[in-house]
Design a protein. Structure first.
Length: 325
């Protein structure tokens, strides 16, 4: 089953899915004041973007906003009710920069308790349950609190079977995250690693894919981080290496200036209306025929999300090195 903000559904009912988006989010107040472009809390504007996504054929999204980034489960429910889109809510935490001060001194067990409650009971005092457990790390470093969150997320997965999703700041620390995940006895095949497109290093993303983890091709339309061609060729390179079943796509659009509703920016609809045709064109240039292109698109947009977001049996490593407590 896949746990959505309006209830559990069968994997085959998920449909065309973006695997990392933000519709309602804001950083802590100190950052929101410094950079108000990051504050996107208007349901009406979110609905504009979601409707454009639907008009292009979209059906579902993982709304990757964790508690420390201003998650609002009731607003997510309203978006679903007004549009019919399926949203998967995010449990866990984003990165230490956003939660350090608010959880100072917490133990692994305290973080784990929160995550378990979010998946099994509800998030932020509501009955809306999370379908994914998230953790994240900072730029070129993993703080003590961030390591505790990673370990807690893994332990919560082993109790619930909920999939894991990680934030990497500018594409750093992915291999170090994987090391901790393995120490906790969790098979990386239940984990998606985000934002490697901020650090398009072929050696790095190949090593991540070899672990069995899902690789999220995201930051789509964000040319300030590099040309779209780099992200598309990264995806195709991973396909050529045999990792088609591990690829997901998302925009990670989280600013007013990203969204169509606020500023007539690209918005989440752009990924289906503009980015996918460009991917098809590039696949053809690199020798794929129409049948292969259709298969790749269906895998990345439908089959892989349906598999990844399914809550199933916990994914335990056959052998573990013993977890550090």
């Amino acid at each position: 089953m896949i746990r959505t903000v309006t209830g559990d559904i069968a994997p085959e009912d998920l449909g065309i899915t973006l695997s990392h988006e933000h519709l309602i989010s804001t950083p802590p107040e100190w950052m929101a004041t410094k950079d108000p472009d990051l504050v996107i809390l208007d349901v009406d504007q979110a609905v504009v973007d979601v409707q454009r996504f639907q008009a292009a054929g979209g059906q579902a999204m993982f709304e990757a906003t964790a508690w420390d980034y201003g998650r609002d489960p009731r607003k997510m429910q309203e978006i679903c009710e007004r549009t019919g889109v399926t949203l998967i809510a995010c449990g866990g935490f984003n990165k230490g920069l956003w939660f350090h001060e608010r959880t100072e001194g917490w133990s692994v067990e305290q973080y784990e308790e929160v995550m378990l409650r979010e998946v099994t009971e509800g998030i932020d005092g509501t009955d809306v349950r999370a379908g994914v457990i998230k953790f994240g790390t900072g730029y070129n470093s993993i703080s003590v609190a961030e390591e505790r969150v990673i370990r807690a997320a893994c332990r919560a997965h082993l109790q619930t079977g909920a999939p894991l999703h990680s934030h990497t700041e500018a594409g750093t620390m992915a291999l170090e995250q994987l090391e901790i995940v393995r120490e906790e006895g969790v098979d990386p095949r239940v984990l998606t690693i985000a934002h490697l497109t901020r650090n398009i290093d072929p050696w790095l993303y190949r090593k991540v894919a070899e672990s069995g983890a899902y690789v999220l091709i995201d930051q789509l339309s964000k040319v300030k981080y590099g040309p779209e061609s780099g992200r598309i060729d990264m995806l195709i390179d991973l396909i050529d290496l045999g990792h088609l079943d591990q690829l997901l796509v998302g925009g990670d659009l989280a600013r007013k200036s990203d969204m169509y509703g606020y500023t007539r920016g690209p918005g989440v609809g752009w990924i289906l209306s503009d980015w996918l045709p460009r991917l098809r064109e590039r696949l053809a240039e690199r020798g794929r025929d129409a049948r292969e292109i259709a298969e790749i698109e269906h895998k990345v947009m439908v089959e892989n999300p349906a598999r990844h977001f399914t809550i199933g049996e916990p994914a335990r490593l056959a052998t573990t090195e013993g977890s550090a407590r």
